[in-house]
Design a protein around this ligand. Structure first.
Ligand code: FES
Length: 188
């Protein structure tokens, strides 16, 4: 008898606590639209994205494209900076191996990002938020696929809060109070 009473009383507050949380979660899920930054090379992936647009293919409008002459020019720090400035996901895409207009730019990029992934993991970035791919100028359909898949994955993961929390913590603890540290922090 007692057992039953306890169970009921334990369950009641829990159920009432869960109600607002559940409804908040539902609201967040529907409201959250991820910000995706795509760093692309101008010769292949940018042209592929352009082809998707001119062919009237539909893809999520969450993506903001930043074009570079070649993926070899994309500094890994740009990725960190994008996350720090509020991106929820980042895409890096260029010419297929062997098709780089500067011969080996994409090979350099591939090697650099393979090493950079470990650093991202170390600073707490979930690597599922980052995607590398090759999309040629003729692959408008592949661009649509890549962008749609990444957007859906990041939407399911929710907002990227890791760097924002870190920034708030640093401000509160006064670690970025000196002008030198502030400058170094802004130059990351
Ligand atoms: S020109 Fe496209 S990756 Fe180098």
């Amino acid at each position: 008898m007692l057992k039953n009473k306890n169970r009921t009383s334990n369950l009641e507050p829990r159920t009432s606590n869960l109600e607002p949380r559940t409804s908040n979660r539902i609201v967040m899920k529907h409201d959250f639209e991820p910000k995706i930054v795509a760093f692309v090379c101008t010769w292949c992936t940018y042209a592929g994205a352009d082809l998707a647009g001119t062919s009237r293919m539909q893809y999520p409008s969450n993506v903001r494209v930043v074009k570079f002459p070649c993926t070899g020019r994309i500094d890994p720090v740009f990725i960190l900076k994008a996350f720090q400035k509020g991106a929820d996901g980042v895409l890096v895409s260029g010419c297929h191996p062997g098709d780089c207009h500067y011969m080996a730019g994409n090979f350099h990029a591939r090697r650099r990002f393979a090493a950079f992934r470990k650093l991202l993991e170390f600073v707490g970035v979930d690597l599922s938020r980052l995607q590398f791919s090759w999309v040629s100028a003729a692959e408008g359909g592949k661009w649509v696929e890549v962008v749609t898949e990444l957007t859906e994955r990041v939407r399911a993961m929710g907002p990227m809060l890791e760097f924002k929390e870190l920034e708030i913590e640093e401000c509160w603890s006064g670690k970025i109070d000196t002008p030198e540290l502030k400058e170094a922090y802004n130059n990351i």
